[in-house]
Design a protein around this ligand. Sequence first.
Ligand SMILES: [Zn+2]
Length: 248
Amino acid sequence: MTFQTASAQIFHINKVNCNLSAADIALLNRIARFEAGFYNDIFGTQKNDSVTVDINIYGKQKEYNVVQKDAMNTTFIDGFYSPRDDRIYLYKSDVYMKTLFHETSHKILGNNFRNPPQWLNEGIATLLGYLEETPGTNKIVYIPQRVYIRQVRDSIKANRKYLENYFRYKTTDWYDEVKRPMLYATAYCIVYFFINIDRDYLEPTLNLMKQGYSTPMAIQKIFGGFDKFNQRFYDFYTAGAGSVSSTN
Ligand SMILES: [Zn+2]
């Protein structure tokens, strides 16, 4: 079948004591094509059409945990992308598909932007980790993460300098289990804001960042001031489309 040939082009799956259903593999490939298209769009390229993704997937948690502990000395997550090996490692948990959507994003971003800022890497991976296919139509949609949106809305209402402070966090903070939830929620909301409101601003902002500009400096240049970005972000989450987070 042509479809299975296309599927094989994206993923090279190394199964360790487990099996993946044909339905899961087919969905995984449709999501990966969506992700590749997303990255083509925001980086103004076609290069992700030919992306391939190498995966080791483990049926036994103990076997997976050994791999993760070797790689990053932690065991509190179920999957990761190793830029060094250019390979995703994951445990086949009950929600392994979501983890795989997330890690696939890290792999494809690395194809476009080496050493991206953590907020960008995790923000997009979180957005794409919650993709879903609507039954029957095979249409892939972003599922808004209302808990994250509410958390960030409350934070910016309480502190107008919230975003400015956010970009001062360091990479090591992302490994702090207390800070992680807030860092991920905010990263997600920045990406969600861009794709809903200022999608056209994302590509030039990313281009400056790739040239070495810090995120606040790139934003300042593209939006004509960090305060302008801050205000648009605030309006979106407190009064605009991003504020209707309690419905649906
Ligand atoms: Zn991640």
